[in-house]
Write a protein that binds this ligand. Structure first.
Ligand SMILES: Cc1cc2nc3c(=O)[nH]c(=O)nc-3n(C[C@H](O)[C@H](O)[C@H](O)COP(=O)(O)O)c2cc1C
Length: 405
């Protein structure tokens, strides 16, 4: 049986004859320890009563986003945010077309648009409908966007036809869902992640900063929480939502970030320093706005605390020390600088990141990095979540050998 402990799965149910099998899918998620929330299309409610899903999952399904009684305070967005995985079963031909178009005209499509988690489609329809190029094209497009598909299987259909179009077996859907959710290998571990830039004030309206979006650190925090860790994310000023199941501490300056990390450093298992911390701050920040003059101005800068080195020094040499991962954003000498950082900051791994070129580094959704350890090196390219998975795979292996549970 698949294990869904600590996971939130949103099950989107379409209006096909296989909707009754979605009850069994919901039951398997619940049996595996998952928290299950259901969204149904209007047609789905004609095939199976929402009460059945309520009884199976303990929560009333969302069936009408315009009904104030059931979609209180943007419930569809809340479902989208809470979901670790969205499973659409059965995905009818019509629902697949609406999902492909990006419509948001019912509970399932609206929640799907508001999700940023993986999506698993389990199509089910008549075999000639499934063979129709319109359906195939819609499914292909959704797969191209990164959605996953399980089934349909082949056999005798409820309408009397024989061929592909049957909803995949509920056990098969549950197994595919478990694969997509990945391992829970950080359960019982405390992970602290820093993210984003810092802002070092010159005066009340000006500051020194950098263009870090925080996306890489947020991805690490999100994936670590998904893998079972207790996560604290200390973030500089960014325009990103709190990842689900993560304690977020928002700070402004490098000093505030250092203090927030220090506060959480005691029972730490893994520290991932993804923030682009300003190395310097204006020595004399003034409380009133600086007035413009005719002469050149000189700004005296002083060093900020080195957060990564601080955590490294604190634990260095201790048996069972936490695993420490640093980031090196470089425009040149990527590997040499990463190796230097590895030693100087007493890190276990440095994620070397060439910035200042398209497709990597600040602000985008993808990244291209080199993982540099004391004796090994690996190139990783993908979405920031995929890069986060690779960093955590590496960290978990070391953590398990250094601090067995
Ligand atoms: C008895 C019956 C069974 C149906 N089974 C399916 C099905 O298995 N797959 C499908 O794509 N459509 C099926 N349909 C058609 C859908 O119910 C119809 O396209 C509906 O608009 C789908 O709504 P939804 O996509 O919003 O859930 C069936 C219709 C009826 C009357």
């Amino acid at each position: 049986m698949s294990d869904f402990t600590g996971r939130t799965i949103v099950l989107g149910v379409g209006g096909g004859i296989a909707a009754y099998k979605a009850c069994e899918v919901a039951r398997l998620f619940v049996k595996g320890g998952g928290a299950v929330r259901v969204a149904m299309t209007e047609a789905a409610t004609r095939f199976v009563g929402p009460l059945t899903f309520q009884a199976l999952t303990g929560a009333a399904p969302l069936t009408d986003v315009l009904d104030a009684a059931q979609d209180r305070t943007y419930g569809h967005l809340e479902l989208g945010r809470a979901a670790d995985l969205l499973v659409v079963a059965p995905a009818t031909a019509d629902l697949i077309a609406r999902l492909r178009m990006g419509l948001a005209n019912d509970a399932v499509t609206t929640v799907a648009l508001a999700c940023d988690c993986p999506v698993l489609l389990a199509p089910a329809m008549n075999t000639r409908m499934w063979a129709n190029p319109a359906v195939r094209d819609n499914v292909a497009m959704l797969e191209k966007r990164g959605w996953h598909v399980v089934g349909p299987s082949s056999g005798a259909l409820a309408d009397g036809d024989i061929g592909p179009g049957r909803l995949a077996d509920p056990e098969e859907i549950a197994a595919a869902a478990a694969r997509l959710l990945g391992p829970r290998d950080l359960t019982g571990r405390k992970v602290v992640v820093t993210a984003g830039p810092t802002r070092e004030p010159i005066d009340p309206v000006r500051f020194i900063s950098n263009p870090s979006s925080g996306k890489m650190g947020f991805a690490v925090a999100k994936v670590a929480a998904r893998r079972g860790a207790r996560v604290v994310l200390v973030s500089g000023p960014v325009e990103l939502h709190d990842p689900p199941k993560v304690k977020v501490v928002r700070v402004g300056t490098a000093e505030e970030m250092a203090a927030a990390v220090e506060e959480e450093a005691n029972d730490l298992d893994l520290f991932v320093a993804a923030a682009a911390v300003s190395d310097y701050r204006p020595r004399d920040s003034v409380s009133q706005k600086k007035k413009k003059g005719d002469e050149d101005e000189a700004l005296v800068l002083t060093r900020t605390p080195d957060i990564l080195a601080g955590v490294g020094k604190r634990h260095s040499g201790r048996a069972g020390a936490p695993v420490i991962v640093g980031f090196a954003a470089e425009t040149e000498g990527l590997l040499e600088n990463a190796k230097k950082k590895l030693q100087a900051k007493k890190c276990d791994l440095v994620v070397a990141n060439k910035v200042g070129r398209p497709g990597a580094g600040f602000s985008g959704d993808r990244n291209r990095v080199v993982l540099v350890g004391p004796g090994e090196r690996a190139n990783v390219e993908g979405t920031k979540e995929e890069v986060a998975e690779a960093i955590l795979d590496w960290a978990v292996e070391l953590l398990d050998s250094r601090r067995p549970r």
